[in-house]
Design a protein around this ligand. Structure first.
Ligand SMILES: NC(=O)c1ccc[n+]([C@@H]2O[C@H](COP(=O)([O-])OP(=O)(O)OC[C@H]3O[C@@H](n4cnc5c(N)ncnc54)[C@H](OP(=O)(O)O)[C@@H]3O)[C@@H](O)[C@H]2O)c1
Length: 244
């Protein structure tokens, strides 16, 4: 069933949900490849994790808007382990405004990370998974990939794109025994959207999403959970996204 020492690439590992996933999988003694741009955060996470857990951590600074850096992330992982068991496409960005206030720069900012970066990293990882005839790709989408909301046109569109991408990817990779899952969280207390988190009773913690990833990477080899919709237990009040 559960094999020790899986090789896991986690994007957006420098903070928020990606950081929480890193700690959760460290407790499983997995070999972590942590990717993001903030090298000092990645270094301190690596130091803390290796002090607390019996696992290997490698950081590979990566800007997901740069194709060569994405290729480098995959090449370095393969050179080190000759294997990738799990790819967690977690990195994401958001900006929120009414449609006429958005610019093409906002559009590119959101889609370059949320969709193009995810597409390219998946594209370069998949040949290795096909060769192995195994692997699991987990895409962190959003409840915004299923619904629309005020001020969310571009972000919601990018996450709807991730949803369509992921469901089609699943069909492409079924015959190679590669698992594909999309996770759609509701509101999570992180610095997402460049605001410091404030405690609100209807938000979830990053650890709640990490817990879901922990289930996915240890689920029975006979199953592949296709989608997880994770909502807070309590009903959200109206969110003013423009002030986030
Ligand atoms: N928070 C929520 O309410 C919520 C709800 C549903 C879904 N989500 C999704 O969950 C994922 C994680 O969000 P979060 O809340 O943890 O946000 P966060 O705290 O802002 O973290 C975002 C992560 O993405 C990385 N990132 C951003 N731009 C990047 C780039 N160009 N290249 C590489 N990495 C980049 C950041 O690392 P660096 O800055 O170091 O590069 C950071 O580690 C996102 O996909 C988001 O859409 C969040």
């Amino acid at each position: 069933m559960f094999k020790k020492g899986k090789v896991v690439i986690i994007t957006g590992a420098s903070k928020g949900i990606g950081k929480a996933i890193s700690y959760k999988l460290a407790a499983r003694k997995m070999n972590l490849i942590l990717a993001a741009r903030d090298i000092s955060s990645l270094n301190s996470i690596k130091e803390d994790i290796t002090n607390k857990f019996d696992c290997k951590v490698h950081i590979i600074p990566t800007d997901l808007t740069i194709e060569d850096e994405i290729k480098n992330l995959v090449e370095k992982t393969i050179n080190k382990y000759n294997c990738i068991d799990v790819l967690i496409n977690n990195a994401g960005v958001g900006r929120f405004a009414r449609i006429d206030e958005f610019t093409i720069e906002d559009y590119n900012f959101i889609f370059d990370v949320n969709m193009k970066g995810l597409f390219l990293l998946t594209k370069y990882v998949v040949p290795h998974l096909i060769k192995q005839n195994s692997g699991h790709i987990i895409n962190i989408s959003s409840i915004a990939g299923k619904n629309g909301f005020k001020s969310g046109t571009l972000y919601s569109a990018s996450k709807h794109a991730v949803q369509g991408f992921t469901w089609s990817l699943r069909e492409d990779l079924k015959e190679y025994k590669i698992k594909v899952t999309t996770i759609c969280p509701g509101s999570v207390l992180t610095e997402f959207g460049s605001k410091k988190p404030t405690h609100v009773e209807w938000s979830m913690e990053p650890e709640d999403i990490a817990h879901a990833c922990d289930y996915l990477v240890t689920e029975s080899p006979n199953v592949n959970t296709a989608e997880m919709i994770i909502k807070p237990r309590y009903n959200p009040r109206t969110i003013n996204w423009e002030n986030r």
